[in-house]
Design a protein around this ligand. Structure first.
Ligand code: ZN
Length: 531
């Protein structure tokens, strides 16, 4: 509102009597008392809203579309924007992979995250950082995805490694910045600047090592020192272990907030005055940050709350349409591979299958037992004795609720891949098993068939209740990723085994062991009907 009007008075004469003059004078006095409150107040508190999600691999909602999904995130952002135009939607890393879509092909080419970028564009994301999984694909694919995105990327410590140098990753030939400063202006004409830094866990160098990392703390300190000179607040968006977020907060107590990702479950920690928040994976919920700037040069007040993205949140129609298009494409693709995505696998059973990362990477679950037992069964004609799988083969990070369909397993094991058969000497097998058991929380944690056990009190490994003999050879049904030496921390197994029958990835055949997903579905159908 402005205190004066420029519009000409059309007919002032009749009002200029003494009575009207007094009314005018009193009115002006009153206006004088009221108007300062209506004038722009550059000292008024100013609020910025950040809507945070992290580790979002699914474009559609989970549990029969009842929770999460990009269309709900889009609608929630829209709701916040209506309250406050100074709202940013942020994804703290891990979104283009892994996904059931990694194996879906369009015109013979794997989608490799295309479905996610297009859906995120529709949902109006503002800012993202690299998670470890952004580097799952080849450099060429990653570059295509970045170029196709409508949102801002930020990379403070991860670089593109080229011969003899490390350069900034680029989006359409422009460097992705190491820090990003955003100016927010409110209705009073007041402005604040927020400086963002984005830190990524250095544990994925991408296919053929195209990524390089600089130490997160050193980089964060440098950027904080320069940003804090010009910004009203500096915020770190991170994709790393919570313990490293805590170290970061303690090292840089001036940070206004840490928006984190990577763990997949909700985390809340306050180190000194620095709040650290992580939402559940797959946008089961989102964290709403309210950053309130009171006066210039004082620390903003920060308030956070988690919002459940359940059926109480509507779905944005435009995003829903894009998501629906990709979901249909995936369904048609799997139908082409002779899957029937909607077909129930075990309609009688009421149990859910536990595919949550924290369980799958620490102990056997009913899902991992199902898969490893299926691997053993599908290779029985080779006389395999046990089955071994890296926990990272299961990528659903979710409890799969009935009805269990073929799509449930395609989602659970997006990499699919053949089941390989190899012989291991007893001593090297025990070495592998001992190491696998210690790697709790890691994708290298080993899952194995029910007939393999570690028996107290001597903690001896047994197969069908017989201790493993160091000098004997054992025939193992083993995940493709492990046998090819791709699993970090277990690369050493490559020379330790004698491969009996190797199936190249993506080859097709009628045997069930050509595809671990097909084998698991067939085994589950069989054991289910046997009950
Ligand atoms: Zn991650």
């Amino acid at each position: 509102m402005t205190p004066s009007s420029d519009s000409p008075q059309k007919d002032p004469a009749p009002f200029l009597t003494s009575k009207w003059l007094w009314v005018l004078i009193i009115g002006l006095i009153l206006a004088g008392a009221v108007l300062p409150a209506l004038l722009p107040d550059k000292e008024a508190p100013m609020e910025v809203l950040l809507l945070q999600v992290n580790d979002v691999y699914e474009i559609a909602g989970l549990n029969h579309d009842s929770i999460g999904g990009l269309a709900r995130i889009a609608a929630l952002k829209q709701q916040l924007l209506e309250k406050n135009k100074n709202t940013l939607l942020i994804l703290a890393g891990d979104f283009i992979s892994p996904s059931v879509f990694n194996s879906v092909k369009k015109n013979g080419t794997a989608l490799g995250g295309e479905q996610m970028i297009e859906s995120m564009n529709a949902a109006n994301f503002d800012l993202v950082i690299f998670g470890n999984h952004e580097l799952d694909f080849s450099y060429t694919i990653l570059q295509q995805r970045i170029n196709a995105s409508n949102f801002q990327w930020l990379a403070s410590n991860v670089y593109h490694q080229v011969v003899g140098d490390s350069l900034a990753f680029q989006k359409n030939r422009t460097d992705i910045p190491r820090s990003w400063t955003k100016k927010f202006t409110d209705g009073n004409g007041r402005s604040v600047y927020i400086g963002f830094i984005g830190l990524t866990i250095p544990d994925n160098k991408g296919d053929s090592n195209y990524a390089a990392y600089r130490p997160t703390l050193t980089v964060a300190r440098q950027l904080y020192d320069s940003l804090s000179k010009t910004c009203d607040a500096v915020i770190a968006i991170t994709h790393q272990d919570e313990k490293d977020d805590r170290i970061l907060a303690a090292a840089i107590p001036g940070l206004a907030a840490i928006l984190g990702g990577h763990e997949h479950d909700q985390r809340v920690a306050d180190i000194g005055e620095v709040p650290i928040r992580k939402a559940y994976a797959n946008a089961r919920n989102a964290c709403e940050w309210k950053i309130v700037f009171d006066k210039k040069n004082t620390r903003p007040k920060v308030y956070t709350s988690f919002i459940q993205l359940d059926t109480s949140i509507p779905q944005d129609a435009a995003t829903e349409k894009v998501v629906g298009k990709w979901m249909d494409l995936a369904k048609q693709y799997f139908i082409g591979l002779k899957y029937d995505p909607d077909a129930p696998v075990c309609p009688l059973l009421k149990d859910s299958l536990d595919g949550k990362d924290e369980d799958v990477r620490s102990r056997p679950t009913n899902l991992t037992r199902l898969i490893t037992n299926a691997m053993l069964w599908a290779t029985r004609s080779y006389h395999t004795q046990i089955a071994l799988m890296n926990a990272g083969s299961v990528r659903v990070d979710d409890v799969i609720t009935p009805p269990i369909t073929e799509y449930s397993f395609l989602r659970a094991m997006p990499y699919r891949g053949p089941i390989q058969v190899a012989d291991f000497r007893g001593d090297s097998l025990k070495l592998l098993l001992d190491l696998g058991a210690t790697l709790i929380g890691d994708g290298a944690f080993l899952q194995y068939s029910d007939n393999l056990k570690k028996v107290p009190p001597a903690r001896q490994w047994t197969i069908d209740n017989v201790p493993i003999d160091d000098s004997r050879f054992y025939r193992v049904a083993i995940a493709d990723y492990l046998i090819r030496g791709l699993q970090k921390k277990m690369e050493f197994i490559k020379p330790y085994k004698r491969v009996i029958d190797f199936i190249p990835k993506d080859s097709t055949g009628t045997e069930l062991r050509f595809d671990v997903v097909a084998a698991t579905i067939a085994w589950y159908r069989q054991t289910c009907s046997a009950k």
